[in-house]
Design a protein around this ligand. Structure first.
Ligand code: PMV
Length: 305
């Protein structure tokens, strides 16, 4: 029986959260926690799922997109397996979409260029979510650390290897679509103020780029703190995020911020190796869950043996 498996990484937004939805640049890194999709030939008609949970919306949208590209697809069984919980906000939806489309393209021997895969997966994700800049899709496809502009207008690899991050989960899953819509309301009600925040965040992305390449983590950490201040002004942080961020900073983190929509999910702290343990301990003491074995700059989508 023919079988093909593909996996792609999760993601973390390092800089540019929310502003990226409005066309400002962002920096995203792929994390080494992968989502795998296996396709196996089946005697049965149609497409059968053997998946985690009951939510197949992203697989359905990916399948629909694939059928628009390659015609009817049948006689396959689809299985998913993840190294990370969908609750963490590490991008399981985009990773499953990208892995499935990539696995299908390999299974059908219809190779896609990375940008074609990005476009197809972004379309599928947008169909389900209605909102989103696509940064998570870019991380799943390309991996590494990327300077990213909405819709894939810019996807530029940055060599930020070795970025020493600690990831703290708040224990609450964020409702990204609702928070993005709330920010939109704020933008419409107070355009000048919110635009100023986005411009500041965009400017910060431009300034931090060379620091990332130079691995000047102290300066990168300061930019993280600035970014967090802007996100606070935007009103998307939460008490729990603030508690974990404060704990990390008090334990000596070079910088700390929420990552993504806010309201919950994960925060990130930039550390040096000598303080990693104490920052992790402080986050746990403040009630957070440290996500270990999730190094940054992970490889993008790939076929698995
Ligand atoms: O909540 P997450 O991890 O999916 O991140 C959302 C990031 C936003 O900038 C708020 C939205 C987006 O699609 O870029």
């Amino acid at each position: 029986m023919k079988t093909v498996a593909a996996s792609s990484p999760g993601k973390l937004l390092l800089f540019g959260d929310h502003a990226v939805v409005y066309g400002y640049p962002s920096v995203v890194t792929a994390v080494d926690q992968r989502m795998m999709v296996t396709i196996t030939e089946s005697e049965k008609d149609g497409v059968m799922y053997d998946v985690l949970g009951s939510d197949t919306r992203f697989l359905d949208a990916a399948l629909h997109t694939a059928q628009l590209l390659w015609g009817n697809i049948s006689h396959i069984a689809v299985q998913t397996k993840s190294q990370f919980s969908e609750k963490l906000g590490l991008g399981s939806s985009s990773a499953v979409t990208v892995s499935f489309l990539f696995a299908l393209s390999e299974y059908l021997s219809k190779p896609l260029k990375p940008i074609e895969l990005f476009n197809a997966a972004y379309k599928a994700v947008l169909f389900v979510q209605g909102v989103g800049s696509g940064f998570d899709v870019a991380a799943a496809v390309y991996g590494g650390t990327i300077r990213y502009v909405r819709g894939g207008k810019e996807i530029t690899s940055i060599d930020a290897s070795g970025l020493p991050l600690v990831i703290g989960y708040t224990g609450t899953k964020a409702d990204t679509a609702t928070i993005v819509k709330d920010v939109k309301k704020k933008y419409e009600n107070n355009k000048e103020k919110v635009k100023r925040i986005f411009e500041a965040i965009g400017g910060l992305v431009d300034q931090v780029m060379p620091r990332l390449v130079d691995k000047d983590w102290e300066r990168v950490g300061k930019f993280m703190d600035f970014n967090q201040e802007y996100l606070r002004d935007l009103g998307v942080s939460s008490e729990k995020l603030e508690a974990l961020i404060l704990a990390a900073k008090n334990a000596g983190a070079l910088g700390a911020k929420l990552s993504g929509a806010g309201g919950g999910d994960c925060m990130i702290a930039l550390v040096t190796n000598d303080i990693r343990r104490s920052v992790e301990g402080a986050i746990e003491k403040a009630g957070g869950q440290v996500i270990r074995h999730a190094s940054s700059g992970a490889e993008g989508v790939r076929v698995e043996p």
